[in-house]
Design a protein around this ligand. Sequence first.
Ligand SMILES: [Zn+2]
Ligand SMILES: [Zn+2]
Ligand SMILES: [Zn+2]
Length: 296
Amino acid sequence: MKRSPPNRIRKFGQLTTTGHVAKRVVGQLDESRLYSEVVCRHGNKRWVRTGYLNNKFTTNCRRWDECNVPKQGQRFGSLAATGRIKRRVIGRQRRLFAEVTCEHDVKKWIRLDILKIRESTNRCRTWKECGLTRGEQSHYDYLRTRTPAVNRQQIFDIQQVCIICGNVRSNAALNSREHFIPVVRFVRMKEMELSTKQALAHSLFNIFGAHSFCNKSRGDMPLAQYWKLHPEYEAPVRQAFANMMALRNPQGDKAMRIIKRLLREADWLLGANTAGTTKKIFASNWTASSPTRWKN
Ligand SMILES: [Zn+2]
Ligand SMILES: [Zn+2]
Ligand SMILES: [Zn+2]
């Protein structure tokens, strides 16, 4: 880049030129473009395309990482920055993430631009590990680390589609194992022993394959409720569920109690109106168990 002698100093929005200009070759056509050095209100300098300044495309330093590093303790709504940042590639862009902590001492990485835009509404209300009582929190900590090891590839092969979106939302390969009934909901169940929570939440019957982004989108919502928002997801999921049940082959009262909870989660429990359909769906696929089992 060849520098020309200092030029006239001008203001473009929040940016001020330093007077230095230069030509740079850009793009595949080897076109040469004019660049201006600018300084922002934080005193950081960058070279930007002069054309972008003139047409007001670039008017501030909001997207400059060096101007966006939150200090430890800096608040965003009810969240506070820990001072740690990291870059992650999202699509084709490198994004800056800031680690924040909430009033419950739960830490999360949040995209900095989103954190800044939603400053006034930032809070942990939708984080599933938040809003737990102290006792529930300790149950959560206990359970979180005890998800059983499973053969993911086997699950993905058997299920074919995501247990949340049925691959309607995305045809991407399944990439995570998730709980049909989220752990955090077991955690919140009152008057249930931790050992029971552990047995139910981490029963193999409760573990399925999913897209991790679908699980994120679903949060701690019951699937039946989630599918009210996306009704087209449910039908292919039923098939995936049935395929998994054929693999897991639930037998005995204990297994049936868990399965009943799963069916309730999906609003597939045998009822006066739905008995016929439910029986049809599962009886044809669960080769190992007779449909009469589902009546109790
Ligand atoms: Zn700046
Ligand atoms: Zn919180
Ligand atoms: Zn999905």
